[in-house]
Design a protein around this ligand. Structure first.
Ligand code: ADE
Length: 231
């Protein structure tokens, strides 16, 4: 899978892809991530990428020209399955969306900034608008990193234990059960007996029961989805 990220702040995206699992995914050739500086596509002599907004709204708006040029340049090289724009008024990102995106071959993520991008770009070039939460970030870069991270880890072969992505919280709308490691007793607090029993069937049953219990208590909204009471 290839992800092209277009941003006015490439520096913010330098670190997230250089470590641990995301780094290894690239070394293994399972994911390719390219960061593009939007300013490189600006035809303005000062390399500006924004302009004043029409109407009464205060603040700057990302202009059409550099964005269109950047997207057209990438599209001239290969086909893209999705052109995503990160914005707080987009559709809320969730595990289901991450699963869908992990099946794609090439995606572009355009990071929003300032007051947003010219609406005509949103209408003509963007296929998906995604928000990572109901709060406003200073820019879309961290959102792009979150989306990329959640998606790349689902690509087969990226996680060393292939089954671990399948048992994540949120797959099947259930939170994960609690986990424990050594010591089996700490300050009088014991690891549940069943986890030390070596009986796989009992462990699976316990895990499922705890997942149900936690989801019901901590995320009643997810529990409803699990029960098929909403989508
Ligand atoms: N840009 C600013 N806030 C954002 C959010 N919550 N999600 C995606 N992009 C954003």
């Amino acid at each position: 899978m290839r992800i092209d990220i277009i941003t006015v702040l490439p520096e913010i995206l330098e670190s997230p892809f250089k470590h641990s699992i995301l780094k290894r995914a690239q070394e293994k050739g399972l994911a390719e991530i390219f960061i593009h500086n939007l300013r490189d596509f600006s035809e303005d002599k000062h390399k500006r990428v924004d302009d004043y907004s029409f109407g009464k709204g205060a603040g700057m708006v990302m202009a059409i020209q550099p964005i269109e040029k950047a997207i057209e340049f990438l599209k001239s090289q290969r086909d893209y399955d999705e052109i995503i724009f990160t914005t707080p008024d987009g559709k809320l990102f969730d595990q289901k969306e991450a699963n869908l995106l992990s099946l794609k071959k090439n995606i572009i993520i355009l990071c929003g900034h300032y007051k947003g991008i010219d609406q005509r770009i949103r209408e003509s070039m963007i296929s998906k608008e995604i928000s990572v939460g109901d709060y406003v970030l200073t820019g879309g870069e961290l959102a792009a990193a979150i989306i990329s991270d959640a998606v790349i880890r689902l690509i087969p072969g990226v996680l060393s234990d292939e089954t671990s992505a399948l048992t994540d919280s949120f797959q099947d709308y259930l939170l994960s059960p609690p986990v424990y490691t050594r010591p089996s007793e700490y300050k009088g607090m014991k690891v549940p007996e069943v986890l030390l029993s070596g009986n796989d069937k009992h462990v699976d049953e316990w895990n499922h029961e705890k997942a149900l219990e936690r989801t019901k208590k901590l995320r009643p909204d997810l529990y409803k989805k699990y029960k098929g009471e909403s989508d």
